[in-house]
Write a protein that binds this ligand. Structure first.
Ligand SMILES: NC(=O)NCCC(=O)O
Ligand SMILES: [Zn+2]
Ligand SMILES: [Zn+2]
Length: 467
């Protein structure tokens, strides 16, 4: 017994075709016409697109931040993801200082097990580099964790120095992994934060002012140079500036294997959000901060040109009340991050596809296929093909609504996109053949998301073809 999705338009990164889909068990069984078999459930999806389930390769669920953790855990975060059309997330397991990578991975498995509505994988964030960690990188890859992240920012907390980054990049080549970097010069940020506080500046806008665009540009340039010297590939997370993007483009033209991600907040919101008299700018305190309109234009151009490979969210939610307000008297104590996993697919569709900035095929590439290729999930995930996981989003291009905190599934008391209109939304969502969203509503208590052991990354041989 299977499910036939009839009369939809299938969109992949490469194609667009009108055909039916038959899902059987956990995979796509057939694509074509006249696919029904006795006992099949037939769903008419006339007027809808059939998209491969979205992949958000950058979330932080259940992330500890001092005396509390992020507002969303794996249960609420993945519920929000699937409602928005994202069926796979890759979260950051994070090593504490003095901890092994194996220990950190076990912690993150415990946080996620039996709670997830979406399938999930982990990157491993290295915060304490030493020879044993170098050895353990191979164990991570053997456990299906085939990507690592190091932070060039968050001095004295998460920040890695250049020798650690260089060491991890070199090791990534040996073990078959991709290293991603948070590119901000943490030393300069720390100095500028201190300078602001010394002058008595405590408001949220000083978060943004202490992280000028050059902080990102310098770090991207250094990251690229380190990757070049290590002979390794590199993935730049949450790129926010035109200047940073220019560094990526220049590196690529020199032949460096560098990939880059941006997020909806950097495409759609700008630093005027910090200019409020009240404390509400804290809702947008994230690192890197929101930028200028010119940066948005550059990033959209980068998406269209293929210089940017993925659109992730960096979903890292803190309630405005009770969490963000810990920094009411000192912007440097505002927990960094913002929610977004629920709205990524809708925002990129509305402001990317419907405005003509990117094609439907590019939309699929940026929200699903490229992440699947880079992070060892393709072709199981990231496309619609016979034998691929039946992670299918029935996308209704007509549904339109204003995004509100009150109407969201994310378990956080605000959204940075309050009042912004979304046109196009997930009507039905299938995860490995099971319907988990029906008419926009989450199937209650369906927590069948599985851990994904991802394939190693060997670089250019598997290079994505951006559209
Ligand atoms: N982005 C942010 O402000 N918080 C989450 C951690 C990170 O990715 O830097
Ligand atoms: Zn980061
Ligand atoms: Zn992040």
């Amino acid at each position: 017994m299977g499910t036939v999705l009839k009369n939809g338009t299938i969109i992949t990164a490469a194609d667009c075709c009108q055909a039916d889909l038959r899902l059987e068990g956990e995979t796509v069984a057939a694509i074509g016409r006249g696919l029904e078999q006795a006992g099949d459930r037939v769903l008419n999806v006339d007027g809808c697109y059939l998209l491969p389930g979205g992949i958000d390769p950058h979330t932080h669920f259940d992330l500890p931040a001092g005396e509390f953790s992020t507002a969303d855990d794996f249960a609420s975060g993945t519920a929000a993801a699937v409602v928005g059309g994202t069926t796979t997330i890759i979260d950051f397991a994070t090593q504490n200082k003095g901890e092994t990578l194996t220990g950190a991975l076990a912690d993150w498995h415990a946080k996620a097990a039996a709670k997830c509505c979406a399938d999930y994988g982990f990157h491993m964030a290295i915060t304490d580099w030493h020879p044993a960690v170098r050895r353990e990188m191979a164990d991570m890859v053997a456990s299906g964790v085939t990507s690592f992240k190091l932070y060039m920012a968050y001095k004295n907390v998460l920040q890695a120095d250049d020798s650690a980054i260089f060491g991890a990049l070199k090791r990534s080549r040996e073990v078959g992994a991709l290293v991603s970097l948070h590119c901000e010069n943490g030393d300069v940020v720390a100095a500028l934060v201190q300078e602001a506080l010394d002058q008595g500046h405590t408001a949220p806008r000083y978060h943004s002012l202490s992280r000028p665009a050059a902080v990102e540009r310098e770090a991207v340039s250094r990251a690229v140079a380190l990757a070049e010297m290590a002979g390794a590939a590199l993935y730049v997370v949450h790129l926010s500036t035109g200047a940073g993007l220019a560094e990526v483009a220049a590196a690529r033209s020199r032949g460096v294997e560098v990939y880059a991600e941006t997020c909806p907040q950097y495409l759609l919101l700008d630093d005027s959000a910090y200019l409020t008299e009240d404390f509400s700018g804290a809702k947008y305190v994230m690192s890197p901060p929101l930028r200028k309109r010119e940066d948005q234009t550059a990033l959209w151009n980068g998406l269209r040109a293929g210089t940017l490979d993925t659109v992730a969210t960096d979903h890292c939610s803190f309630n405005y009340s009770g969490q963000k307000d810990r920094g009411y008297y000192d912007f440097s104590k505002i927990p960094n991050g913002a929610p977004g996993v629920e709205h990524r697919m809708g925002l990129l569709y509305t402001y990317g596809v419907l405005t003509g900035r990117i094609s439907l095929n590019q939309y699929v590439a940026l929200t699903s296929t490229n992440a699947a290729r880079l992070f060892g999930l393709f072709p199981r995930k990231g496309t619609i093909a016979v034998g691929s996981d039946a992670d299918i989003v029935v996308w209704d291009p007509q549904r339109s609504f204003g995004i509100t905190a009150a109407g969201q599934t994310q378990r956080v008391d605000y959204t940075p996109y309050e009042g912004i209109r979304q046109t196009g939304a997930a009507r039905h969502v299938f995860l490995r053949g099971r319907q988990i969203v029906e008419n926009g509503k989450l199937a209650e208590n369906d927590r069948t998301g599985q851990f994904l052991r991802r394939k190693p990354f060997w670089g250019r041989g598997e290079r994505i073809c951006s559209q």
